[in-house]
Ligand binder design. Structure first.
Ligand code: CA
Length: 652
């Protein structure tokens, strides 16, 4: 296969001379050169440090030691050939405080790269750093969180580290940093709770952090953090190291590690678990990443013509199906779960990954750590070079039964298509197919003919109407709702959030959704200044009624297991859609569904601005639990409600 670099000099693959004629692109390569040991990377001890690098196509390999993150090498140590295509070196004496890289010789050309298994790095992640990880553990760092309940018991809240504290009115000292999100007792305008206190008060169970591994984004230069800088971070550079721009001292390798652990510990101390957003589906630059420098051609996915596969839209899909890439990903996830005590993982563009890798991660997490660790992902169908039946996407949900997948169909019928800005959804009175909304309410399971999304069980559907991507819910409603009052917009927003929090499946909120977050109409704000992205604590203070409403919804979900039934079978048996007029959906959760204390619950979603009457089943004495103010008449067998919103009643 001839693969040319699109710029500069051709890439040298080292196919033939070293590997006995077996090309790096050949499937036999994995059998001949895969390494199964568990000692890849650096094994540090004060007496001796050992290094193992997988680089089967190199003719020679060197370990390069440095005294600092910059400057010339201190020592260059020739590495020995080990088994399975690896190279090894051992250095006696204490290397703590040193930095290191590897050099590999491929077809006469030396490439220098950072160890993909590096667990610490210098500023900007250009050299591995050697330290004693035990010294990075915070005080009192010990047990994991206890096992979590069922995935449908989770309420996920997605946030970006910098967004959450950077606003001038956040009341947080360490603005934009891991340490800022770890601060307790912070107050904003009018004395409102901010930061960690706000999260704990809302009652969410899991915070999902946008990427916190070391990312490459050039606009976030860790040596120039006094200049404006911002990014979401979906471009991994060092997979097993935290991002330096969130640390109090990016030059001190232990700082970012300790401070991320302290943040996780602070959330755990408040009863909140933490999900890590991980990006193993593509790299930031297929030609400049450490993978390509060390084993050119191996880690990425290629089209038959030799060009790079582009399902990600970034032109460099990862070959997750190859043995050493697959195990690298699994090793990386397991490392974060063990070393940092993460409680869940969210796989970016998971549809580009292969089913076997995702299932192997699930198997190892459950066997080696805790089966209640959450795994969710974006199972989009993307055009990559992997057979459709091997893709970890919505159409293969049966093959990845223990993974939650974002339910974009429910999202789009509730709020309107995200790509067609002016299209309305159910909450804004759009002409959406009612059966599709009902399918989402039922958790996407095969509920009845025509009422089924892509899943088999409710744990597989992550329900959301807002995340970091695309317009916020508020901005989408502003664009699409037409001539409506501010009060009506707010009512639509509340209804959409209620539909997420009361439906079967796993609910997911975007930070600030609880006070109708706006990015002033900016759609994908990863490149926008922090002023667009930051959590606006002044808006939060002004909309405390909305915060209280979302808090109430979360409380209602957590108090009533009927909203989080654990099997499709039970949902089919206990959830009954009732007759309802246009733009209204009503359903009952009957017979102590999910073990609920209430005998029956009745949920009515109305997108009708005015008054509307509908029949209700005669199951007993219905008492309002939520939205009592919307009820204008309640009699035996009939209810009249007014205004856009949700009404919940119970027969206790
Ligand atoms: Ca970085």
């Amino acid at each position: 296969m001839s693969v040319q670099r699109e710029m500069d000099e051709p890439i040298r693959y080292g196919d033939s001379a070293v590997t006995g004629g077996v090309s790096v692109f050949d499937e036999r390569f994995d059998e001949l050169f895969g390494y199964d040991g568990d000692d890849l990377g650096l094994s540090y001890a004060p007496e001796q440090s050992s290094f193992r690098l997988w680089a089967p196509t190199s003719e020679q390999a060197e370990l390069v030691l440095y005294a600092s993150w910059q400057g010339e090498p201190e020592r260059v140590i020739s590495m020995d050939r080990g088994t399975g295509g690896t190279w090894t070196a051992s250095v006696t004496g204490d290397l703590e405080g040193k930095y290191y890289t590897y050099r590999v010789l491929i077809e006469g050309q030396w490439n220098e790269a950072v160890d993909p298994y590096a667990r610490a790095v210098g500023v900007n992640g250009d050299r591995g750093a050697i330290l004693d990880l035990r010294k990075t553990d915070p005080e009192g760092w010990s047990a994991r969180m206890p096992a979590f309940g069922d995935p449908v018991d989770a309420v996920i809240y997605e946030l970006h580290v910098m967004d959450y504290s950077i606003h001038p009115e956040s009341g947080i000292r360490h603005k934009g940093l891991f340490a800022g999100l770890a601060e307790s007792g912070t107050r904003g305008p009018g004395g409102i709770l901010t930061g960690l206190d706000h999260i704990a008060d809302l009652g969410v169970t899991h915070v999902q952090l946008l990427p916190v591994y070391d990312y490459a984004t050039e606009s976030v230069d860790e040596t120039k953090l006094d200049l404006p800088h911002y990014n979401w971070g979906y471009d991994p550079k060092n997979y097993n190291v935290p991002e330096g721009s969130y640390a109090t001292d990016p030059y001190e390798p232990a700082s970012r590690i300790r401070e991320l652990k302290e943040l996780i510990q602070s959330l755990h101390d408040r009863g909140v678990r933490v999900i890590m957003d991980v990006v193993y589906n593509h790299v930031y630059d297929g030609y400049r990443v450490n993978f390509t420098k060390l084993v050119p051609g191996y880690y990425l996915r290629y089209k038959p013509d030799g060009s790079l596969a582009n399902g990600s839209g970034c032109g460099n899909d990862c070959a997750t199906e190859r043995k050493m890439m697959s195990r690298f990903i699994a090793d990386s996830v397991l490392y974060w779960a063990k070393e940092y005590k993460f409680d869940g993982f969210r796989f970016d563009l998971m549809g580009l990954m292969d089913v076997d890798t995702i299932n192997e991660i699930r198997r190892r997490i459950s066997a080696e750590i805790d089966p209640s660790i959450l795994m969710i992902g974006e199972g989009w169908d993307l055009a990559t070079e992997l057979a459709p039946e091997r893709q970890a996407s919505q159409h293969n949900s049966e093959a990845i039964p223990l993974i939650g997948q974002f339910n974009d169909r429910f999202r789009d019928v509730v709020k309107g298509d995200i790509f067609l800005f002016d299209v309305k959804g159910f909450v804004s009175g759009g002409p959406v197919p009612k059966q599709e909304v009902m399918a989402g309410i039922a958790g996407g399971i095969p509920y009845a003919p025509g009422i089924h999304q892509f899943v088999q069980e409710p744990q597989q559907s992550v329900n959301y109407v807002e995340c970091h991507d695309n317009h916020t819910l508020w901005d989408k409603l502003v664009l699409s709702a037409g001539e409506v009052t501010e009060a009506e917009l707010r009512a639509m927003h509340r209804l959409a959030t209620a539909m997420i929090l009361l439906s079967q499946g796993i609910p997911f909120l975007h930070a600030g959704q609880e006070f109708m977050r706006t990015k002033n109409g900016v759609e994908n704000s990863y490149k926008s200044p922090v002023e667009i992205n930051r959590i606006d604590w002044e808006r939060c203070a002004a909309l405390q009624d909305e915060v209280a409403y979302v808090k109430k919804l979360i409380g209602l979900r957590r108090a009533h297991p009927a909203f989080r039934m654990r099997s499709a079978e039970e949902i089919r048996a206990k959830l009954v859609f009732e007759a309802s007029p246009a733009d209204v959906i009503a359903y009952t959760l009957r017979g102590h569904a999910g073990g609920d204390q209430a005998e029956h619950l009745l949920v009515i979603y109305s997108a009708v601005p005015g008054e509307v009457a509908l029949p209700i089943p005669k199951l007993g004495s219905w008492q309002p639990l939520l939205g009592a103010e919307s009820i204008s008449a309640l009699e035996d067998g009939k209810i009249t409600i007014s205004g856009i919103g949700v009404t919940v009643l119970a027969v206790l």
